[in-house]
Design a protein around this ligand. Sequence first.
Ligand SMILES: CC(C)(COP(=O)(O)OP(=O)(O)OC[C@H]1O[C@@H](n2cnc3c(N)ncnc32)[C@H](O)[C@@H]1OP(=O)(O)O)[C@@H](O)C(=O)NCCC(=O)NCCS
Length: 137
Amino acid sequence: MAVIEYQHSAEDITPAQLNGFFVGWPNPPTPDVHLRLLRNSDAVMLAVDTETRQVVGFITAITDGVLAAYIPFLEVLPAYQHQGIGQTLVRRMLERLQDLYMIDLLCDTDIQSFYEPLGMYRAVGMCARNFARQSGQ
Ligand SMILES: CC(C)(COP(=O)(O)OP(=O)(O)OC[C@H]1O[C@@H](n2cnc3c(N)ncnc32)[C@H](O)[C@@H]1OP(=O)(O)O)[C@@H](O)C(=O)NCCC(=O)NCCS
């Protein structure tokens, strides 16, 4: 099993380390756009394979720094799933955000059971999507 290290900054990451994400997206962001969204997020946690130096999982948060945070992205590359990386990313991000009142995310119902052991609970939400802007370009 790969040795994974976790880091809370994308400053030293290059686009070449960001491959294979946004699985199933018809119009995915390029690695350059991916890196931009990581760097522009208020908080980020990355899982890096110490051997290949590839990023294999990431989570981001945006926050007002007073009461609220939103987690727009969590993804672990398929080949690295079911090793506890996703749980570790969420746990570390929740620790980073622990001084805030509310931490929200949207997810499908079949993944709610992934978040429950991490201390989150089910809620109902709404969203809007501009699919013409999905790639961020
Ligand atoms: C969701 C995701 C991040 C989980 O990452 P992961 O590293 O595989 O998660 P973990 O190994 O920490 O999972 C621990 C446990 O959570 C549960 N779990 C994991 N993925 C799950 C899923 N997709 N649905 C429901 N439960 C899940 C399982 O019980 C798992 O234990 P197991 O491996 O013994 O079955 C990963 O499946 C992923 O990137 N999915 C595609 C993107 C996505 O859906 N992101 C979330 C957006 S809201």
